[in-house]
Design a protein around this ligand. Structure first.
Ligand SMILES: NC(=O)c1ccc[n+]([C@@H]2O[C@H](COP(=O)([O-])OP(=O)(O)OC[C@H]3O[C@@H](n4cnc5c(N)ncnc54)[C@H](OP(=O)(O)O)[C@@H]3O)[C@@H](O)[C@H]2O)c1
Length: 284
């Protein structure tokens, strides 16, 4: 990405593998959603820096392909199939992971799904349930199963791969995505504030648009400036190297301040855009 666009988009990042290596070499890192996109790029980057990576997602063949590439390059990787929307699968999976790996130093909670649809569309109820399962209750259940071991081993870290959309203002057509991502963000930060004195830190990385399978679905953003998956992974690496509660592009604070100070005008502007979109679609 050109320098100016990167400056505008990127959250603070770690682009130096040597710096990342000093923090993660020899550590065990579990990455959810490691079969595609940001999770895949993050797992590859962490493995390059010497971490042993545990790759979780539904698509087994992709996980094995990524793990194979990492091992061929001299790294260590293990593939675990898990559907986060099936809560009954989480405890057996965590039991297997804990049997095979004596400690987990870091969890990158990245798996997610995005959907943009009018809230009153017939499918919205199903969208809401799926989004809550993959973006909120599934990752929360996984962490509830993993955190006791982390506390017992003396600590660890959790990076929440979040989105600038999890922060105000609320945008039309994003109810399921925004609601589920914002809910998980608050949940995990609350857990972080509870466990900080027991050695567990939590960092939320609020990413802008990233060019992946997820963002490709919304043709709307095809020409918008976006990070590459590697640049997003470097932002995640930034949170690993220097854990902070919040890692965000510099302009996010401005967006939040505008939502706080100018809720009326901002709300009316967003509502106007929605009216125009509905008219373009011929739905009045
Ligand atoms: N792309 C963006 O513009 C953007 C911006 C800000 C934040 N984010 C966040 O970044 C994260 C990764 O998104 P991405 O852009 O890399 O999307 P992606 O390429 O679609 O990857 C999503 C990952 O989540 C996994 N996943 C989806 N449903 C799952 C389920 N039920 N159980 C287990 N794993 C599941 C997918 O694997 P399987 O399909 O194999 O299960 C895949 O590995 C998401 O949390 C998203 O909210 C993305």
């Amino acid at each position: 990405m050109p320098g100016l666009a990167r400056l505008l988009l990127s959250p603070p990042s770690c682009r130096d593998v040597g710096t990342l290596r000093r923090v993660v070499e020899g550590r065990t890192v579990l990455v959810t959603g490691a079969s595609f996109g940001i999770g895949e790029a993050t797992a590859r980057l962490l493995a390059e820096a010497g971490a042993e990576v545990l790759l979780l997602a539904r698509t087994g063949e992709r996980l094995h392909a990524v793990a194979g590439d990492i091992e061929a390059a001299g790294g260590r990787a293990h593939a675990y199939r898990l559907d986060l929307s099936r809560p009954e699968d989480i405890a057996p999976l965590v039991a297997e992971v804990e049997r095979r790996h004596p400690r987990i130093d870091l969890v990158i909670s990245n798996a997610g799904r995005s959907i943009r649809r009018p809230a009153l569309a017939a499918a919205e109820r199903r969208d809401l349930e799926r989004s809550l399962a993959v973006n909120l209750t599934g990752p929360a259940a996984l962490l509830l199963a993993l955190l006791p071991r982390m506390v017992a081993q003396g600590g660890g870290g959790v990076v929440n791969v979040s989105t600038v959309s999890a922060r105000p203002p609320a945008a039309p057509r994003w109810a399921s995505y925004q609601g589920s991502k914002a809910g998980f963000d608050l949940w995990v930060r609350s857990v972080g504030s509870e466990l900080r004195d027991r050695g567990v830190w939590v960092s939320s990385v609020y990413l802008p648009l990233v060019r992946t399978r997820m963002s490709d679905v919304a043709g709307l953003y095809r020409h918008a400036p976006a990070l590459t998956p590697l640049e997003a992974a470097q932002a995640v690496a930034g949170a690993v190297v220097r854990p902070r509660e919040r890692v965000a592009p510099w302009w996010l604070a401005g967006q939040e301040l505008a939502a706080l100070l100018l809720p009326g005008p901002l709300g009316r502007a967003l509502s106007h855009l929605e009216t125009l979109e509905r008219q373009r679609e011929g739905r009045g």
